[in-house]
Design a protein around this ligand. Structure first.
Ligand SMILES: [Ca+2]
Length: 248
């Protein structure tokens, strides 16, 4: 009879011990679960981004793209780069997500070649030229049919070339006595500026008054051989040369 209670007591004690162990196990499981949950919470709190958010990113080719945050927030998805270098239309990218770019300083590229502005063509200024009167060819009589000189004589031609404009100077030939085909080959030096005009006249030198035969006004454009004509004033041809006095 005495063993009963002992056994009962013993049984009761064992039962109590088992209950305690079970409680301890539950406590441990709960603790482990709690620690695991805490760790999970701790891990989840280490998100690198908000799921679904986007941000600007750099592409290999240079232009910027857009990348999205993974659904678990643990990482950024690969950078989506469009061909044109612009963000895809779906990106839902918020302007605020874009990484602000520093403004370029307003200083010129030190390596750039700066070209001076084109300047207007500068005036050359009057240049020295040699004018050589070569020859003339005149009609035997005046335009009205009368003879050039008294006694039905031919004219006594003289040629005068003068510069009008920025240039200066004049060339005057000698008189060729009684000739309708005078040849001079006489030269003189003047200065002529681009755009100047030359006044050329041929006259009949007389003892009393000189008779005007013909005259021309020509703009100087370039040196070289000049041929003038005025048939209505009995001049078939007047030839003279303009050459740069600096030419060798
Ligand atoms: Ca004469």
């Amino acid at each position: 009879m005495q063993n009963g209670p002992v056994r009962e007591f013993g049984t009761a004690r064992s039962w109590s011990s088992m209950k305690n162990r079970e409680s301890l196990m539950r406590t441990l499981i709960a603790l482990v679960s709690c620690l695991s949950l805490s760790a999970l919470v701790a891990c989840s709190s280490e998100r690198v981004c908000a799921p679904g958010s986007t941000q600007a990113c750099l592409c290999a080719e240079g232009p910027r793209g857009v990348q999205s945050c993974a659904s678990d927030g643990a990482r950024w998805e690969p950078c989506a780069c469009s061909a044109a270098g612009t963000a895809p239309a779906n990106a839902g990218a918020k302007v605020a997500d874009a990484v602000p770019q520093p403004q370029q300083p307003a200083v010129p590229n030190p390596g750039a070649v700066v070209q001076a502005p084109a300047r207007a063509e500068e005036p050359v200024g009057p240049q020295p030229y040699t004018i050589t009167i070569i020859s003339a060819d005149l009609v035997p009589s005046k335009p009205d049919g009368r003879p050039w000189d008294a006694g039905d004589g031919p004219p006594d031609p003289v040629v005068v070339v003068s510069v009008k404009g920025a240039g200066t100077g004049a060339v005057r030939t000698t008189k060729k006595q009684d000739s309708i085909a005078p040849t001079w080959r006489e030269s003189g030096q003047v200065t002529i500026n681009r755009g100047d005009h030359l006044s050329i006249s041929i006259i009949d030198k007389d003892l009393a008054d000189d008779d005007f035969i013909a005259g021309w006004d020509m703009e100087f454009t370039r040196p070289g051989r000049q041929r003038l004509t005025d048939p209505t004033h009995s001049v078939n041809e007047l030839i003279f040369d303009i050459a740069s006095a600096d030419a060798k």
